[in-house]
Design a protein around this ligand. Structure first.
Ligand code: SF4
Length: 430
């Protein structure tokens, strides 16, 4: 059977897509990118914030149009379904089956039931990414209860994937030739605490570093859990790159407290200082929210000040989205959308300057680049990523010329000649 799969949302959702693909692959299903060619279409939805919910619903409706043609079955899964299944079942009769997170393992059976067909499958890994890069999920759910966030409602309590199982999953990725491993969880630094009573991310990294990967990157590190032992271990492992993705969320202690974040502004500054002391050229990435309930002009100035002090290499910011069922939903003084947008624009304007200035440090340097593809058919440029660019399309790319043909997944040296806010430009250096 030909299956079309649309994956929305973050890299953690992409892992679920990957699992769904893996469960379906062994039974002979093939995957098509053109929904007109699909017998069944699966939409993996995102329900994180308002705009993501809307995008998910629009995508479901768009895919439902293909049922007038070849497609016989439309399936919806993912965070939005987890959160609003009952309402969606009532509102979207176009969807033949809604699947919740705990049903993913039965994907094959569900598809058979829905289509009245029969196949037997053995799970086999199937990447939803390019073959040289992969995400490795080490935990799911979250027990942090940030007051703005619906993730604990959607995905439940934090649970670590058992240590040996993580390593086995990594070995499978190693065996199929993955070279860049991106470790993810809602909170990667919490790894192990629930299962083993202690933080074990550093132990995982030691084992992963022994495998045949080229780069190992950790994403989503909660600031107050970045322990000394972790930093020391990261600094000692040659494949683990000094990439620090630290959601800081705000720069005002008052707002951080209302957000139920552990750690305050000083703690974030201390963590960043420690990283800069231990690593020669770390990449620092963060996400923040503006317009959280009761955020005053003074609170916002504190966020701007922290941004100036730290000078993050990358900063992703969102205007606060009021999510039903979260504690912040009930908070008084919700900030007017226009004011929040104005603050967001100011923050992003300043961050654009900082990112550009930070990116200039690569000028004249030769860096290692993972080749992805030609930028376009007739372009003289190849597109790749340096170690400072995660594969989630937030960080930018390296575009470079080469006088010899290159293969996707190859590592090459590129001399950087131009730096923009996100992207770097250069030429192959043999
Ligand atoms: S750490 Fe906070 S923001 Fe991140 S998933 Fe958990 S509750 Fe949500």
């Amino acid at each position: 059977m030909k299956i079309g799969l649309v994956s929305l949302g973050c890299s953690k959702n992409l892992i679920d897509t990957q699992n769904a693909l893996s469960f379906l692959k062994a039974s002979g299903h093939v995957f098509v990118s053109d929904p007109r060619q699909a017998d069944a279409i699966i939409v993996n939805t995102c329900g994180f914030i308002e705009s993501a919910k809307q995008e998910s619903i629009n995508t479901i409706l768009e895919m439902a149009d293909y049922k007038a043609g070849r497609c016989k079955c439309l399936i919806a899964m993912g965070c939005l379904v987890q959160r609003y299944r009952k309402e969606l079942e009532e509102e979207l009769p176009e969807v033949d089956r809604f699947i919740s997170i705990d049903e993913y393992r039965n994907m094959e059976q569900i598809l058979n039931e829905t289509l009245h067909s029969e196949t037997i499958c053995q799970k086999e890994i199937m990447l939803a990414t390019e073959p040289y890069t992969a995400y490795l999920r080490i935990a799911d759910g979250c027990s942090n209860h940030c007051t703005f966030c619906a993730i604990p409602l959607i995905r439940g309590k934090y649970y670590s994937v058992p240590f040996e199982e993580v390593l086995e999953n990594a070995r499978q990725l190693e065996a199929i030739g993955v070279k860049e491993l991106n470790i993810i969880a809602q909170d990667s630094t919490m790894y192990g605490k629930d299962l083993y009573g202690r933080l074990r991310l550093h132990e995982l990294l030691i084992e992963l570093n022994k495998m045949d990967f080229h780069w190992i990157r950790v994403l989503y590190m909660y600031p107050d859990e970045i322990y000394d032992g972790l930093l020391d271990t990261m600094a000692s492992l040659e494949k683990v790159i000094p990439y620090f993705d630290i959601p800081s969320q705000h720069g005002s202690d008052r707002i951080l407290k209302l957000m139920n974040r552990r750690g305050r502004k000083q703690q974030i500054l201390t963590t960043v200082r420690q990283i800069r002391e231990k690593f020669a050229d770390p990449i620092l990435r963060t996400t923040v929210i503006v317009g959280f309930p009761s955020e005053s002009e003074e609170d916002f100035r504190e966020l701007m000040e922290l941004t100036e002090q730290i000078r993050w290499d990358r900063l992703g910011a969102f205007a606060y989205s009021r999510e039903e069922g979260t504690p912040a939903w009930r908070l008084p003084d919700q900030v007017d959308a226009e004011a929040a947008q104005k603050r967001l624009d100011e923050l992003m304007r300043r961050q654009a300057e900082i990112s550009l200035e930070n990116n200039q440090r690569y000028l004249g340097r030769t860096i290692e680049v993972l080749v992805e593809r030609k930028k376009s058919i007739n372009s003289p440029y190849y597109q790749g990523r340096g170690w400072m660019h995660a594969p989630d399309d937030i960080d930018g790319h390296v575009f470079f010329t080469s006088d010899r043909p290159l293969r996707a997944g190859e590592f090459v040296k590129v001399e950087i000649t131009k730096a923009e806010m996100y992207d770097l430009y250069g030429q192959l250096k043999d």
